[in-house]
Design a protein around this ligand. Sequence first.
Ligand code: GAL
Length: 391
Amino acid sequence: MKKFLALILALCMTFALVACGGGNSNDTTSNNTPSSTNTDTPSGDAKTVGIAMPTKSLERWNRDGAYLDEQFKAAGYNTIVTYSDNKNEQQVNDIQNMLAQGVDLLIIAAIDGAGLNTVMNDAGAAGIPVISYDRLIMNDNATYYVSFDNYTVGKLQGEYVRDALDLDNAAGPFNMEFTAGDPADNNAGYFFNGAMDVIKPYIDSGKVIVKSGQTAFDQVATDQWQTDVALDRAQNVLASYYSDGTQLDAWLCSNDSTSLGVTQAIQADYAGGNAVVITGQDGDEANLRNIKDGAQSMTVYKAVANEAVVTLDLAKAILNGETVDGGLISASGWDFDCAYDTESYETSAGNKCPSFLLVPDVVTADNMEAKLVTPGYYTVGDDGYLKATNG
Ligand code: GAL
């Protein structure tokens, strides 16, 4: 019955796509070009996996897309990979297109966690399993979630600032600002809360002062994690509260794309002579360069190659009709830590989403070769800066 429904749905969708002139495209090609970066015709009995990434414009997703594509192909699956230019409607079209092409399973890193209901319901009706990849989709048809411990990402950033400023011992007070991520991304609140839970006691005690007064997520959020948006706000904050020479000690940024904007603003507009402690996340090449040069203090690195490994083993188990639970971790014999968590994430009120959560790590100038080059995620270029080996 499910197969029959899937066939009807696929036929309807194919018709709809043809009628509208076809599915659209990835970040770099335009109209009427299928958005797949892999145009292999599904062959033989191999199952096909649809991989929907948000955008090529944020560096990490290129690495995720490349690792997933590579690993699924190596395991004998056909793949369709899309990047949707950070546009929710485009991602909806891309996923509809993949359903129409008869994918057996979907892996989705959502642009807007609450913006995929229609297509998620279509997938559910067709019996196509969906794995929420890195970002949780707010729809109960997302049956599993693979990510990193998002709260811990923020906590590591907060702890880094706490220790760098020696908040427990130094006299202070210290001036600090915050920049958070995209409100449409379910992860962004976890990152912010993880960091704020570490720093808030120091704000309450007066050891840390936020001159802008902007300490609520909505005040410091960054639409689509864009560097330019973070840059603009940082310039405004610097002009309004620090242009008289007031010292700024730290700027907690939730990820590297926002950190890049904040760092540019500080380099251009900050009058103080001190090095400002700046956090990030992802290990983007430009940020690793800044870390080596002392312009950014740290990044929280998430080994997306391992995130792809977990996703592959989970997908295999689902497609083989196996019962999936924490036993997947021991059965797969991964050489990295991963927790099975059935409590922390919900796709709707009360509906828990079983999650496989990997462990993020702090990367600084001192440990970047050991953490990133030795395991093979990056190589050192001729210029001495790190280059990602994939994506
Ligand atoms: C988050 C992701 C981060 C960062 C950010 C911007 O969802 O977990 O690693 O990449 O999006 O793309």
